[in-house]
Design a protein around this ligand. Structure first.
Ligand code: FES
Length: 80
C-alpha cells in the first residue's frame, strides 16, 4: 500500500536545534504550504532520537536523514 502523504519526523531535541532543525522545519513547512511539496507531507516534531552525533536528524517515512539539510530532506520526500 502506498501512502499519499509522506510522514516527516523532525527532531527538536537540544542538539538538533543547535544544528539547525528549527530552520529546516520552517523551510519544509513553507515548501509544504506554498511550494513544490504542497499536500505531499505531514510534519511531526519529536524529542531526542538518541542520534545526537548526527544532528540534525530528520526521518522521512522509514529513511533516516543524518546531518540533514533542507535539500536532502526534500529530495528524500520526492523520492519516497
Ligand atoms: S537532539 Fe536530535 S537526536 Fe538527540
Amino acid at each position: 500500500m502506498k501512502f499519499s502523504r509522506q510522514l516527516v519526523l523532525i527532531c527538536s531535541g537540544s542538539d538538533c536545534k543547535k544544528a539547525g532543525s528549527k530552520r529546516i522545519r520552517k523551510e519544509l513547512k513553507h515548501a509544504a504550504t506554498e511550494g513544490s511539496l504542497r499536500g505531499h507531507c505531514k510534519f511531526f516534531q519529536t524529542k531526542c532520537m538518541d542520534m545526537c552525533k548526527s544532528a540534525p536528524v530528520v526521518v522521512v517515512n522509514s529513511h533516516f536523514c543524518k546531518k540533514a539539510d533542507t535539500k536532502t530532506v526534500m529530495d528524500q520526500i520526492k523520492k519516497a
